[in-house]
Design a binder for this molecule. Structure first.
Ligand SMILES: [Zn+2]
Ligand SMILES: [Zn+2]
Length: 261
């Protein structure tokens, strides 16, 4: 059994076919999945999806791309929405200076509002970071010193330096299908170094289908391919990698176990 720690079930490509996508995931051995919010207007839909399916969980957050569209996002609204029993995390949030789709100062302000919500609820912060390593390390370090919060760096594609800095702050690191790509040698090297007790796997579907599914719409069941690749890469037994990543996911997203019924 595996858990897809990060997917977007409400996005085009998956939403039209929700029942079949979830059924195929279960057939592939994916026992649960966390459906991640990126905009406030989709929170209700993402939570409704989690209400329809016992093994689907939800998060509330604003993607850094969407920071300009949510200039007044505040911690209180995140905390209130996170009170729903199936909301198990805060995010995704963070910094994306690669696409720069939102003003960087707005991205940072939104990131801080999410961090405060994570600290208050103790639900894990789901961090998206791209081409923003210095600011990410600096902000997470400053904020952690103000009061601890659990977190995961999702779809990790950064440097070994970023991985080590985040691990030192207590973060988990989630690896997506990108690690299976032919040009991902640097990421493969980093993925080898992540301690077993901090490793998560995800699809980030409908994006980033892993080898050998490239070119198709990614879906949660495909996390199996990423897990197989990682087990080979790290020289671990596949069953061990399954149980390690499931245990890590349930430890980090501890509200999942409380609300599995
Ligand atoms: Zn992301
Ligand atoms: Zn995502």
């Amino acid at each position: 059994m595996l858990i897809d720690s990060h997917c977007h079930l409400n996005y085009p490509g998956l939403v039209e076919d929700e029942e079949a996508v979830i059924a195929r995931a279960h057939e592939a051995g994916v026992g649960a999945m966390i459906s991640i919010s990126t905009r406030e207007r989709e929170w209700d839909a993402v939570i409704a999806g989690a209400e329809r399916h016992r093994n689907v969980f939800a998060t509330v957050g604003i993607h850094p791309h969407e920071a300009d569209q949510h200039p007044d996002i505040d911690t209180a609204r995140l905390v209130a929405a996170a009170g729903h029993p199936k909301v198990v995390g805060i995010g995704e949030t963070g910094l994306d200076y690669y696409y720069d789709k939102s003003d960087r100062e707005r991205q940072r302000r939104s990131f801080r509002a999410h961090i405060a919500a994570s600290r208050e609820t103790q639900l894990p912060l789901i961090v998206h970071t791209r081409d923003a390593e210095d600011n990410t390390i600096e902000m997470l370090g400053e904020e952690m010193a103000e009061g601890a919060f659990p977190m995961v760096i999702h779809c990790f594609t950064g440097s070994t330096r970023l991985a080590e800095a985040c691990l030192a702050l207590g973060a988990y690191i989630s690896i997506s299908g990108i690690v299976t790509f032919r040009n991902a040698a640097a990421l493969q090297e980093t993925a080898r170094l992540i301690p077993a007790d901090r490793l998560l796997v995800e699809t980030d579907s409908p994006f980033l289908a892993p080898v050998p599914m490239r070119g198709r719409t990614c879906e949660p069941g495909y996390v199996v391919h990423t897990a197989r690749f990682l087990a080979d890469l790290r020289g671990e037994d596949y069953q061990d990698l399954e149980s390690i990543t499931v245990n890590n996911t349930l430890k980090l997203f501890s509200k999942m176990s409380e609300n599995c019924g």
